[in-house]
Write a protein that binds this ligand. Sequence first.
Ligand SMILES: Nc1ncnc2c1ncn2[C@@H]1O[C@H](COP(=O)(O)OP(=O)(O)O)[C@@H](O)[C@H]1O
Ligand SMILES: [Mg+2]
Length: 267
Amino acid sequence: MLEISNLVKRYGHDEAVLKGLDLTVEGNSVVAIVGASGAGKSTMLRCINRLVEPTSGSIKLNGNELVKLRGAALRRARRKIGMVFQGFNLIDRLTVMENVLAGRLGYVSLYQAISRRYPPADIERAFSLMERVGIAHYANKRADELSGGERQRVGVVRALMQEPEVLLADEPTASLDPRTSEQIMILLQSLASELSLPVLINIHNVSQAKTYTERIVGLRHGKMIFDGAPSDFNQDALDAIYGGIEAPEEEVAEVPPTAEGVSHDQA
Ligand SMILES: Nc1ncnc2c1ncn2[C@@H]1O[C@H](COP(=O)(O)OP(=O)(O)O)[C@@H](O)[C@H]1O
Ligand SMILES: [Mg+2]
């Protein structure tokens, strides 16, 4: 279980970007974090894995406070936090298997990593997870030979190799076409229940959030202004979160198609 309370983040002397967030996510539940660009979605995920230092507040993962950790204790806590990225963050010239095993770097010794002597249990785990997500036959391919959806599956498996207690995904589908995005959302949803993992997904596609998650949290200017079921996420909620800021995806989609056809949002 992930418990965030009164989380505040201020970069330098600027106005706070997160203004006292409270959020509890149970294991095996998938939460979509929606909000306009700049609302603070990425900052929230980065506070959880401590890529940025929270200014104040508390973040507990299965009862362990993450906010004050330093040094070795922080490194131990970090390996319990799996992260999936919009741009996949793979090492292109390495194989799929090598990318996946990078998820064990928090566990194996430097010698084991450099000499690529991962314990057999790690290799077995890698194969079984790759099989689970349908990429085992690519184990020895270079990462850059894969399609976007396959690359994101590698990213997901790498995160799961950490044996995480929470999975954070920052716009995991924003670089993918709509069909592949759906498959990745379905995969994240099934993994959450199979592995009893809380999963937080930053996502700007509201219709995907509504279809593939069971809870939506809406951020605006660093404040949580919606927290509820997709069925309660109505036009008012949409207006409250995006009103006067930017048109959400669905409204953009009503613009007549361009010469290229569907926008794949390669941002
Ligand atoms: N490293 C940083 N230093 C200063 N300001 C930042 C930094 N990262 C993000 N911000 C600011 O924090 C706000 C929230 O950004 P972000 O968390 O990336 O929002 P989102 O992911 O919802 O688009 C934005 O105004 C952004 O400019
Ligand atoms: Mg972001």
